[in-house]
Write a new protein. Structure first.
Length: 141
């Protein structure tokens, strides 16, 4: 009987992985202003801006990181900008220990994420435990 369960476990294990919800892919911010592509690099998950609702500034040039506290970085374009970095998978569909950069105010926060179906719950917080922050819903594209 024990041998039967071992065989079943090894037979079903690949299928269980297929049901796990992967964070890799494109996600539209809840307010619809941007799409972020989450990708894996080594053992960390990062995310870059790949689309903006308003891709240009008033003068018609590509939107820049104007609010960055470092003046040397204010000329970099927002499309292609990494705004998520260093997230590690901590449980099925959960990621933490990373950072999220908000180009709207130029600040960087601690970040954790959880995949719930086609919704990515992204939490930015001032503290590493995630107590002082807010959660945003991003939608799979």
């Amino acid at each position: 009987m024990r041998k039967f369960f071992v065989v079943i476990m090894f037979t079903l294990a690949p299928f269980a992985a297929a049901f796990a919800q992967d964070v890799v892919g494109k996600w539209k911010l809840g307010d619809g202003t941007a799409i972020v592509e989450v990708y894996k690099s080594g053992d960390a998950y990062n995310g870059k801006i790949v689309w903006l609702e308003e891709p240009t500034d008033a003068d018609g040039t590509p939107a820049k990181d104007n609010n960055n506290p470092d003046p040397a970085l204010r000329t970099r374009e927002l499309i292609g900008l990494n705004m998520l970095s260093g997230l590690k998978k901590t449980a099925d569909n959960e990621y933490s220990g990373g950072k999220i950069y908000d180009p709207g105010n130029g600040k960087t926060y601690n970040c954790s994420m959880k995949v719930e179906g086609n919704v990515l719950k992204v939490r930015g917080s001032l503290d590493k435990r995630g107590l002082l922050g807010r959660t945003m819903d991003w939608f799979r594209q």
